[in-house]
Write a protein that binds this ligand. Structure first.
Ligand code: XMP
Length: 515
């Protein structure tokens, strides 16, 4: 394992993913993690992440100086390198001019960390401070036009520093450098593979659960579906999958999901039709937050009664992923152990919101995985592509894509429009290129004309976005002809709609969903 100590960098998770791409397991821990705790974890190497501070700022994050005496190889990235230099007796100063963006790396020592990294390769920089004096025992490995110390090493102690960010995609030699660190310097073995993960997860689930019963709330998304497959493989019929139909899913999706699981995969699903309860719970509600809150409460209430009806269960399976449990520099972490104190809890489908008398023990077999790793695991245990590559769909479903009050009439209109969007996006071969492509219904009416008749009906908004992770997004530049086809079909085929508009707002300042 490689441990990444996070000093508040936006790239710490990315470093972990890059390490895992080399088939070596990695975890992100807080910079406060003690040397003692690290010694117990016994990682093969440690990476100090970048961070927004200057090492001289008051309150700048400093790691336990005993880490330098552990004999474990360390790679410091950006702030991580500056901290290493400062703690080991070198000099760091504010530069006259910072360096941001691409820089050409001029290599002084092409061995060791920089083996197979080409001279003049492009690396990505983002720093105001620079290393001016190397600590005793260190040598220069590379420089750039603006940064005299771009890569440094103390070969004997296996301590390395780079001013640039090898983890970002713009750094051409970045992955080669990471491989050198992981394999040649830390002597890791390529043990982090999907097959090894599945085997280990199944063993762990069996050991934890024994002969007890497990409940899983299936949503149809890739996380809960992968979880269902994995658990079913581990414990068979001790698993009960429950699917609560809120009535806010896309057209034919609930039926398709239950059929797929039951007929194709022989995993039976307890289908709970709660459509009336949910629509009643949001009757007359127009405020988006209030809507979400009520749907969340209703979910918990249905979950509670249904789990009692189907139970008793000892365990609840949850699709918690690694980004939900990651220790970043700004969460509360116990300084002694590096363990999380406050746990981030995801969405309303979570046990965090369940009443106290309904306490389950948790099974969270995906908690070590990033989303792309969940997809790989899902695929490897037979999950079909239509689920593995499904575009994200919010927990409250179409209810937050109908602005204003949610009614059955509006749900039907949106479902029909949404189906046309899906069909045409698929036909154009764009489904996998887009992060999301969906329809939104606005609760206003505008005037139109159809067959000499004046119409007064709802507009549909098309929201198509490109994104890497949903945190930022850009509106998608799809062909006009496709927009025309979708617009024509919606206006002609969906009663109650007479106008289609295209949302050209990026995120920020807009969000992807409209509520
Ligand atoms: P926004 O609208 O905040 O959405 O830009 C970012 C991503 O999150 C999804 N989303 C949700 N997912 N429960 C979920 O499970 C929710 O309540 C929820 N709200 C938004 C959204 O579809 C997008 O992918």
């Amino acid at each position: 394992m490689i441990v990444i100590l996070d000093f508040g960098s936006q790239y710490s998770e990315l470093i972990a993913r890059r390490i895992r791409e080399t088939q070596v397991y990695s975890e992100v821990l807080s910079y406060r993690t003690s040397a003692e705790h690290l010694k117990q974890l016994n990682p093969k190497g440690i990476i100090f992440s970048g961070g927004p501070s200057s090492v001289y700022d008051q309150g700048a994050p400093h790691s336990d100086p005993e880490i330098w005496n552990l004999g474990i190889p360390v790679l410091g990235v950006c702030y991580g390198m500056q901290l290493m230099v400062q703690q080991l007796g070198g000099g760091v100063e504010k530069s006259d001019r910072g360096e941001y963006g691409k820089a050409s790396l001029e290599i002084d020592d092409p061995t060791d960390l920089l083996t197979n990294v080409e001279d003049h390769t492009t690396m990505w920089m983002s720093h105001g401070d620079s290393v001016t004096d190397l600590p005793p025992g260190f040598e220069l490995l590379a420089h750039t036009a603006n940064t005299p110390c771009a890569a440094i090493a103390d070969h004997d102690r296996k301590l390395y520093g780079v001013q640039f960010h090898p983890e970002v995609v713009h750094s051409q030699g970045g992955q080669a450098l990471i491989r050198n660190f992981v394999y040649h310097i830390c002597n890791c073995e390529p043990t982090w593979t999907t097959a090894a993960f599945v085997e280990e997860a199944i063993r762990e689930i069996r050991a934890r659960v024994g002969d007890k019963r497990v409940l899983l709330a299936l949503s149809g998304g890739v996380d809960s579906s992968t979880l269902a497959f994995l658990l079913h493989r581990a414990i068979g019929d001790q698993l009960t999958c429950m699917f609560i139909d809120q009535g806010f899913m896309r057209k034919l999706e609930p039926e398709r999901l239950v059929k797929l699981f039951a007929e194709q995969f022989h995993i039976s699903v307890e289908y709970v039709n709660a459509r009336d309860r949910f629509i009643n719970s949001v009757k007359g509600i127009t405020d988006p937050e209030e809507k979400r809150k009520r749907i969340g409460h209703e979910f918990i209430s249905v979950f509670e009664s249904e789990s009692k009806r189907l139970g008793p269960f000892d365990y609840l399976a949850q699709g918690t992923l690694y980004p939900d449990v990651i220790e970043s520099a700004d969460t509360n972490v116990d300084p002694q152990t590096g363990e999380r104190v406050a746990v981030k809890i995801k969405s309303h489908h979570n046990v965090g919101g369940l009443p106290k008398d309904l306490r389950f023990k948790l099974v969270e077999p995906l908690r070590k995985l990033f989303k792309d790793e969940v997809r790989k695991v899902g695929r490897s245990i037979g999950l079909p592509e239509e689920i593995v590559n499904r575009q994200p769909f919010p927990g409250p479903g179409l209810a937050i894509r109908i602005l204003g009050e949610v009614t059955s009439e509006r749900l039907n209109i949106l479902r029909d429009a949404d189906l046309i969007v899906r069909q045409e996006i698929n036909r154009a071969g764009l489904y996998h290129d887009l992060w999301q492509a969906f329809a939104v219904l606005l609760p206003i009416r505008s005037v139109g004309v159809m067959g000499d008749q004046r119409t007064y009906a709802y507009p549909i908004v098309l929201r198509f976005v490109a994104s890497e992770d949903g945190m930022t997004a850009d509106w998608a530049r799809v062909p006009y002809d496709l927009l025309e086809t979708i617009s024509n079909r919606i206006v002609n085929e969906v009663r109650g709609v007479n106008r289609v508009v295209y949302d050209i707002t990026s995120k920020p300042p807009g969000t992807i969903e409209w509520e």
